[in-house]
Design a protein around this ligand. Structure first.
Ligand code: FE2
Length: 385
C-alpha cells in the first residue's frame, strides 16, 4: 500500500508502553508480508495474538491438478461452478501455478462461526455478484459489485454477505500485490498518468474492538493445508493500528480508461502487479478515434505469458459467444486474436460497454480437475469460420 493510514487509538511513540484503562499493557504486533523489509503496520491488541488453546487435524485443500502441461486455447463457464453454503467450501481453484491461483467461488452464507486466514497468499477478491462487509482485524470494509478487495496475506477476515447469491473471482498471489511501479512516484504516490489515484482506494472504515475471551477458530491456510487453530481471544480485538499494510477496496468502476487515436495495448489496462503476473481491468470506454482505426485488437503472440480473461459484463467486442462469468485461457506459445467477423464489426463503433478482469501470468498455468468439469469443448477451433 502506498500511503500511511491509521484507525483507532495508538500510542504517540511506537514500541512504548500503551496501557488499557485497567493499567494492563496492550499487546503490540508488527504486521508485514515480507519480513521487516516491506510496508508494515503496527496493531495494538487487547490480548496477545499468540494464545492458542488447541489445534485440530489438518485438512488437505490443495488444488488437484488435471493437466500440468498443454498448448491449447481453452474456455470455461465460470457460473457453472456450484454454489456452496460455506465460503471455504465454495472456493474452487481452476487455474494455478507457483505464483498465482485463480479461484471461483459462489458462497451462499456469511462466515460467522469461524475466521479465515490465508497465510501464503495475498488475496484479490473481485465481487462479480453480491454485496456485504469484509470484516478484518483492521476494521470493516463494505463492498459491492465491481469491487476488488485486496487482502494482504496473514490478515484474519470474515466475509459477510447481504444475500445468498454471490459470485467471486479470487486471485491468490504468492507474493505481495502492489500498484504497478510505472504508476508510482519514487516515494510511492500514484502519479498523474495512473488510471486511478489514492482517492479511489478505500481503506477499512470502522474499527470495532471485540474484547471477548473464549474459543475462536481461525482456519489458517498454508501450503495447501487448512489448519484449524483455536485462540483464546477474539481475533478482532485491535484497539488501534497504523501503517501502510492493510486490506483495501478498489472498484473497477473507478478505473479511468486510457484511450487513443489508435488501439491501445493491454498494459494501459493494468491495475495491479505481483511477482510473475499482472492484473488488468477492461472497462467501458470510447473507442479509438483515428478515421481508419480498427478498435478490435490485432492478433498477438504473447509468447511469454498465459492470458486469462474473466468476463464480467457488457459486450466483449472481440469474442463471440461470451457469457457472464466465462474464463478464457490463451496460453503463451500460440497466437490468438479477434474472432471471425469481429474486426469488421468493430470498425466505426464509438464505444464499448465491456467489463472484464485479465490476469497475465509469466509462467504457464495448470488446469485443475474442476476446471475440466466446466470447460467449453472445441474452443480451440472457434477461430475457424
Ligand atoms: Fe489477448
Amino acid at each position: 500500500m502506498p500511503y500511511y493510514y491509521s484507525l483507532g487509538k495508538i500510542p504517540p511513540k511506537r514500541h512504548t508502553q500503551f496501557r488499557k484503562p485497567n493499567e494492563e499493557l496492550y499487546s503490540e504486533e508488527l504486521f508485514s508480508t515480507e519480513g521487516f523489509s516491506n510496508d508494515y503496520s503496527l496493531l495494538y491488541h487487547v490480548y496477545p495474538p499468540t494464545q492458542i488453546i488447541k489445534t485440530e487435524k489438518p485438512v488437505n485443500v490443495a488444488p488437484e491438478i488435471a493437466e500440468e502441461k498443454m498448448l491449447k486455447h481453452r474456455s470455461f463457464e465460470g457460473f457453472n461452478i456450484k454454489p456452496s453454503e460455506d465460503f471455504l467450501n465454495s472456493r474452487i481453484p481452476v487455474l494455478v501455478n507457483n505464483d498465482v491461483h485463480i479461484v471461483l467461488a459462489s458462497p451462499e452464507t456469511s462466515v460467522e462461526n469461524y475466521f479465515y486466514k490465508n497465510a501464503d497468499a495475498d488475496e484479490i477478491i473481485f465481487i462479480h455478484k453480491g454485496m456485504g462487509v469484509l470484516k478484518t482485524m483492521y476494521g470493516s470494509l463494505p463492498f459491492s459489485y465491481g469491487d476488488y478487495l485486496v487482502i494482504p496475506r496473514g490478515t484474519i477476515y470474515q466475509l459477510h454477505f447481504q444475500n445468498n447469491e454471490n459470485r467471486l473471482f479470487i486471485i491468490e498471489s504468492f507474493s505481495p500485490v502492489r500498484f504497478p511501479k510505472k504508476y508510482l512516484s519514487k516515494y510511492g504516490q500514484l502519479l498523474e498518468h495512473s488510471p486511478y489515484c489514492e482517492r479511489d482506494i478505500r481503506p477499512p472504515e470502522s474499527l470495532e474492538t471485540h474484547s471477548e475471551k473464549g474459543d475462536f477458530l481461525v482456519r489458517t491456510k498454508k501450503k495447501g493445508i487448512l489448519y484449524n487453530i483455536h485462540y483464546a481471544g477474539h481475533p478482532f480485538d485491535v484497539v488501534g493500528w497504523d501503517g501502510c499494510c492493510y486490506p483495501y477496496a478498489f472498484s473497477i468502476h473507478d478505473f479511468e480508461p486510457i484511450t487513443g487515436r489508435l488501439h491501445q495495448p493491454p498494459p494501459v489496462h493494468q491495475t495491479f502487479e505481483a511477482n510473475n503476473f499482472v492484473v488488468c481491468s477492461f472497462v467501458p470506454r470510447l473507442f479509438d478515434y483515428h478515421p481508419l482505426s480498427i478498435p478490435a485488437p490485432y492478433n498477438h503472440s504473447n509468447i511469454d505469458s498465459d492470458e486469462v480473461i474473466y468476463y464480467v459484463d457488457g459486450d466483449f467486442m472481440s469474442r463471440k459467444n461470451v457469457t457472464r462469468g466465462m474464463i478464457t485461457l490463451h496460453p503463451g506459445g500460440i497466437p490468438h486474436g479477434p474472432h471471425p467477423g469481429t474486426v469488421e464489426k468493430s470498425i466505426g463503433a464509438k464505444e464499448t460497454k465491456e467489463l472484464a478482469v485479465m490476469v497475465d501470468t509469466f509462467h504457464p498455468l495448470m488446469l485443475t480437475k474442476q476446471a475440466l468439469e466446466i470447460e467449453n469443448e472445441g474452443y480451440i477451433h472457434s477461430w475457424i469460420e
